[in-house]
Structures are given as structure tokens and as C-alpha cells.
Design a binder for this molecule. Structure first.
Ligand SMILES: Nc1ncnc2c1ncn2[C@@H]1O[C@H](COP(=O)(O)OP(=O)(O)O)[C@@H](O)[C@H]1O
Ligand SMILES: [Mg+2]
Length: 355
């Protein structure tokens, strides 16, 4: 597969047309997802999308909306991991003037904004128990009150939710309400990580190549077979989003009309990442020795053994570096790290990295 001519791959995708607009992939995993997407689109049932970050949950949520009878209504996304509890509550349900300090005007919530359409609750696993109760009620009764108000509002809004964590597991540990889980779980679509559907990688490469050639006025229609092989073999912890970024970068950097391995990041080529803060990844044994000498206290939270000491130290370096790259913007850094904002916030605190 990796040896097929890339430009023919790109045009193949056009001739047959993707089964659902914007969704690329023809392997059995994606076929199953297309089938489910079409089926659930017809109904009003809540849908739960489970998959690692960058696997296409948002894209699928939009497809469900567009293919549904509500397709001409609004599609409203709320990232539940990006806001603290109070802000999220008022974002979702709205508030009335004077409900809290700073509430100088009435505000319509996202559930109301999505009336006759679909609300996409991204990172639903990061909601707090209080909000989970309120969400359960909307799902069951289609009603709620704005923050600070007693008047009940009824909406006709379909809910699609996404989580990059196993919600079942979250209910077992008590972090997620079981009744809400079962309510959301009417239909669950599991989106496998890209490394478990490598057959789709050449198609996706062709797809993004086409997009970025057009967008950046470039002419890089070919992928050399050794570059394609590296792309197919890489493990893609950031899934399709990561692939998309690397193809964009390669298209911009390519001196000729061919995507060659040197245009891909070292990690894709199976080399060690260049730097991890001050320490090279290859220096980790030395770092471990250094930590043992220093004693455990320097290592951060819950470091009661060598393993967690080292993991903590590496995580601290990583977070510090990504925060710098993101100019201190936590939402950006959390996105890049693939963790939600609340988790990042907690870790910044634990590691004493808050400015
Ligand atoms: N099957 C796919 N076909 C084409 N593009 C995809 C596919 N899956 C993901 N993408 C792209 O990858 C990026 C990440 O997808 P997104 O839906 O935001 O993932 P998630 O919500 O799971 O983090 C987006 O730019 C999206 O357009
Ligand atoms: Mg997402």
C-alpha cells in the first residue's frame, strides 16, 4: 500500500468520493463508523463518541448533525474541558442579570442557542458532578433553568458528546455519574486510534496533500515511497491531527515536487525526539542517576519510587516546554499535550509551574 503512487491515491479519493463528506478512510474501521454515523443521524438519540484526541470526534459529530433532519439547524460546540465549573454552567445554560458578580446582562446559553439543532459536548468527562446532574436533566426532560433564574426553559436540542477517556472506567472510579453515562451511551461510536487503522494513512496523506497544496499555492503532488512507509509505520499518538500538521509542514518546506523523508519530523522517522527541556531523551538514565543522588523530594507529587520520580520529572519538563511554546496560553498547551485544561491546571500547580 505504501508503494502505491501517491497522486493516484489522491485522485482515487475523489473518484469514489468519501462515503461521508470530509471524512477520509476506507478501511473496515471507518466503514463501520460511516454506517453507524448514517444510522444514528436519522434518530434523535444521544450519541457518545469515544476516541483518543485527534481521531476525528468533532468531524463525526458534525457529520451526524449535517446528515440528520436537524442538519439545517445550528451546530454548537462546547469544550467542557476548557472552562471552570461556574463559567461552563453559565456557558451551557445561560444566566440572568445579577446571578453572580460580573453577570451584568442576561445571557443565552448554548443549549438554547442549539435549539432545533445539535449541541456537541466535547470532553464531557471533565464536567463536575454538579453539572452532570444538570446535564442528566436536560437529556431526560429537555429542560433546565438559567443560572440565577427560577423559570424553566424547554429546548429541542440533540446532544452529541465526546470523551477521550473511557467513560465506563470513569464511572467505576466515581468521576462520572453512572446514570448520565447510561443516558449518553444510548449509542456509542468508538473511533480507533490511527495506529490501529494504518490502511487509511495513504488516503489521508493524499487528502491533506491536496488541501495544503491548494491552500499554500504549492506543487508537491508526490510522496516518495520511503516517506510514505515511514508515515504508515509511525504510531501517531496525536492521530489524524498530528498527521495533518506534519503534511502541512512538509508541503510548506518541500523544495521540489516530492515529499521526502527529510521533510518529516525525526519522531516519524523512528529517531529520538531532539530535545526534552534541558535533557535529551537519551540522557534519561543519567537523569535518573542524578535524581537518585538528589533524593526524592525534588521530584514532585506522589513520587515514592524511582519510576514515578522519573515520570514526574519528565512530565514537568514537557509541560514547562509546551507552556513556553504556547506562550503561556493554557488552552493551547493543553490541546498540544492532549490533556484537558483542568488536568493541565492541576499539574501546573502540582509542579509549581504557575506563573
Ligand atoms: N477521517 C478523517 N478524515 C479527514 N480528516 C480527519 C479525519 N479524522 C480527523 N480529521 C482531521 O483531523 C483533525 C482532528 O480531528 P477532530 O475531529 O478535531 O478530532 P478530535 O475531536 O477527536 O480531537 C481535524 O482537522 C479533522 O478535520
Ligand atoms: Mg477535539
Amino acid at each position: 500500500m505504501s508503494r502505491s503512487h501517491p497522486s493516484s491515491l489522491a485522485s482515487d479519493a475523489n473518484e469514489t468520493g468519501p462515503p461521508i463528506p470530509n471524512l477520509i478512510g476506507s478501511g473496515p474501521a471507518m466503514e463501520k463508523i460511516y454506517r453507524l454515523t448514517r444510522q444514528v443521524a436519522r434518530s434523535n438519540a444521544s450519541v457518545l463518541l469515544l476516541g483518543e484526541t485527534g481521531t476525528g470526534k468533532e468531524l463525526i459529530a458534525k457529520a451526524i448533525h449535517r446528515l440528520s433532519p436537524r442538519g439545517s439547524g445550528p451546530f454548537v460546540r462546547v469544550n467542557c474541558g476548557a472552562l471552570a465549573e461556574n463559567l461552563l454552567e453559565s456557558e451551557l445554560f445561560g444566566h440572568v442579570r445579577g446571578a453572580f458578580t460580573g453577570a451584568i446582562e442576561n445571557r443565552t446559553g448554548r443549549f438554547e442557542a442549539a435549539h432545533t439543532g445539535t449541541v456537541f459536548l466535547d470532553e464531557i468527562n471533565s464536567t463536575t458532578p454538579k453539572l452532570q446532574v444538570k446535564l442528566l436533566r436536560v437529556l431526560q426532560e429537555h429542560e433546565f433553568e438559567r443560572v440565577g433564574d427560577t423559570q424553566t426553559i424547554r429546548v429541542d436540542t440533540r446532544v452529541v458528546a465526546a470523551s477521550n477517556r473511557d467513560l465506563m472506567e470513569e464511572t467505576e472510579t466515581g468521576r462520572f455519574r453512572e446514570d448520565l453515562y447510561y443516558r449518553l451511551n444510548v449509542i456509542t461510536i468508538h473511533i480507533p486510534p490511527l495506529r490501529e487503522r494504518r490502511e487509511d494513512i495513504p488516503l489521508l496523506v493524499g487528502h491533506f496533500l491536496k488541501i495544503y497544496n491548494e491552500q499554500d499555492f504549492r506543487h508537491v503532488p508526490h510522496v516518495r515511497s520511503d516517506a510514505m512507509q515511514a508515515l504508515v509505520e509511525y504510531d501517531w499518538p496525536g492521530n489524524v491531527r498530528e498527521l495533518q500538521n506534519y503534511i502541512e509542514r512538509a508541503v510548506v518546506l518541500a523544495p521540489g515536487d516530492e515529499l521526502t523523508p527529510d521533510l518529516l519530523p525525526d519522531v516519524v522517522l523512528g529517531r529520538k525526539p531532539r530535545r526534552l527541556g534541558r535533557h535529551r531523551a537519551a540522557d534519561l538514565p543519567a537523569l535518573a542517576a542524578e535524581l537518585v543522588e538528589q533524593g526524592i523530594e525534588a521530584a514532585g507529587p506522589q513520587a515514592d519510587n524511582l519510576h514515578s520520580m522519573i515520570v514526574n520529572r519528565v512530565e514537568r519538563e514537557l509541560i514547562a516546554q509546551v507552556m513556553t511554546q504556547a506562550d503561556g496560553v493554557q488552552i493551547k498547551a493543553a490541546d498540544r499535550l492532549g490533556i484537558n485544561r483542568n488536568t493541565l491546571h492541576k499539574k501546573l500547580k502540582e509542579y509549581g509551574l504557575e506563573k
